[in-house]
Design a protein around this ligand. Structure first.
Ligand code: ZN
Length: 508
């Protein structure tokens, strides 16, 4: 009789926990929708009110997550952890992690940080426009100071950078990044040098014309549909800076942008965001409204977008199938373009100033530069005012590029102005994770490339669903990579992939 009552209590605790987590998740979804709307359809004058609405809802969600009631319930469940089923145990563990991670930051600190982020962002927009780093400097110094304090609140082992990295890439450390990025920067720089010196450069003169915009959008919808994106559970709209937002498992919003000057960025952007969208559509139905229905890390999320965008969307088999369709949609001129010509143009390597426009060979070098600088600054080894000089010197070393001004140098990215230190490594890790898991995919799916050449992607999507998507946050990123490749996260598979692909393309 007594035992029965205890079990009942445990069930009630779990039920109440799920209810509360569900309410928090509903608030987060509402925030996501408000923010999607702000970046797509909201008229400009709505910004101030929207800011207040978002602040109110996020304060409410924060209060619910860090309430004494939540803390006590989690404590009681933790004490009876051994009695929980495997599924409930992982939910309780993740909820406790989120609770501790959030509750260790005092409320007045969170408020100060939010204010510094919002004024930092405004200052950054103006300073980038005026190409004036000095006007952003005091705001940046304030944000760095707050990031250092945040690291102290969280606590860390080894570098203080680890405390911030954890928000984006839990399970990875700065010490591991050093060893992964060390080899990567050496070999990628060398590869780029060889490519630049190669006499076998692609002919891209045929791209030099104006490209109509609506057909670009129509073509992306066709490709996304072929890949398996469920438009009954998602949509695509235009945005200045493409992103993906999940409102719920069955409501995923992709965004893209068109360009009159070239026809590929709309497609590659769409496929990239589609990769994020597939992940968000692939969580377990029973995990909805819980913190488990999220990506394992930003790097794993990025690995999904990079698999589709780069490994598939920039491959020759892909273009063997899509070239006639591409031409039918986009080419109203007489020129006949071959799959090979598109394959070469879409993989054109050119060291450039801007990260978001970088090709596969140079992209990670942009990330490594940012990682080195933000880590040095947070560890107190570099002052904020020294950033422009360090940036320009490293651009010269890694990419052999002279930076003409800070607007196209250290002021180009939004991240630091929003206090997001520790975010950048995830972009590079996404590339590495993608290549590492793809080796296993090729082993498991021997017909993969024949299918891609026929415009069929069921096999690939099914593999990603089973081996990555369905886990949500049940596993940490390094575990997902290990389970799907048999080894720890490493730069080697990515380097092999790059060197093989580009040696052929550029006859190295
Ligand atoms: Zn992405």
């Amino acid at each position: 009789m007594y035992k029965f009552k205890e079990e009942n209590l445990l069930e009630t605790e779990l039920f109440n926990l799920r209810e509360k987590l569900g309410e928090i998740s509903d608030l987060d979804s509402s925030l996501a929708l408000l923010s999607w709307d702000q970046q797509t359809y909201m008229p400009p004058k709505g910004a101030a009110a929207r800011g207040r609405q978002r602040a109110t809802i996020s304060a409410l969600a924060h209060r619910m997550l860090t309430s004494a009631e939540m803390g006590e319930r989690l404590q009681r469940l933790h004490e009876r952890r051994d009695e929980l089923s495997d599924g409930d145990r992982v939910l309780v563990d993740v909820a406790i992690y989120d609770y501790k991670r959030t509750a260790c930051l005092p409320e007045d600190f969170v408020e100060k940080l939010a204010m510094a982020q919002s004024s930092g962002y405004e200052a950054w927009v103006a300073s980038r426009k005026d190409n004036d780093f000095s006007s952003f400097l005091p705001y940046l110094e304030k944000l760095i100071d707050l990031a250092k304090r945040k690291a102290e609140y969280h606590g860390y082992e080894g570098s203080s950078y680890n405390a911030l990295l954890e928000d984006f890439e839990r399970g990875m450390t700065a010490e591991q990044l050093d060893s992964i990025f060390g080899e990567l920067s050496l070999r990628q720089s060398k590869l780029v040098e060889k490519i630049t010196a190669s006499s076998n450069q692609p002919d891209i003169t045929w791209l030099d014309r104006k490209w109509p915009e609506q057909p670009q959008l129509d073509f992306t919808l066709l490709v996304l549909r072929d890949m398996g994106f469920d438009f009954e559970a998602g949509r695509q709209d235009l945005a200045a800076h493409p992103f993906t937002t999940s409102i719920s498992l069955h409501d995923i919003r992709l965004t893209t942008r068109t360009s009159r000057d070239e026809p590929f960025s709309c497609l590659t952007g769409s496929i990239h965001e589609g990769g994020h969208g597939f992940y968000e559509q692939g969580f377990k139905e029973s995990d909805t409204r819980t913190p488990l229905a999220k990506g394992a890390s930003f790097g794993i999320h990025e690995s999904q977008s990079r698999t589709w965008e780069n490994i598939i969307g920039r491959s020759l088999p892909f273009w063997r199938y899509y070239t006639p369709l591409f031409l039918k949609h986009l080419d109203d001129g007489p020129a006949k373009i071959s799959a090979d010509q598109i394959f070469r143009a879409i993989n054109h390597v050119r060291p450039s100033l801007i990260r978001v426009e970088a090709d596969e060979c140079t992209y990670n070098l942009h990330i490594i530069l940012r990682y080195e600088i933000e880590r040095a600054v947070l560890e107190g080894k570099m002052a904020a005012r020294e950033i422009p000089e360090a940036w320009n010197a490293r651009m010269k070393e890694l990419l052999d590029i002279e930076v003409p001004d800070d607007a196209s140098g250290c002021l180009q990215d939004i991240h630091w102005s929003m206090g997001m230190f520790g975010y950048f490594p995830s972009y590079a890790l996404g590339n590495l994770y993608a290549a590492q898991m793809f080796k296993q995919i090729e082993k498991d799916l021997p017909n993969l490339w024949t299918e891609v050449e026929a415009g069929q992607f069921n096999g690939l999507l099914g593999w990603l669903r089973r081996n990555v998507h369905v886990h949500g946050r049940r596993k940490l990123a390094p575990q997902i990579v290990y389970d799907n490749s048999g080894s720890e996260p490493s730069s080697k598979p990515y380097l092999q992939y790059l060197e093989a692909k580009y040696s052929k393309l550029y006859s190295l």
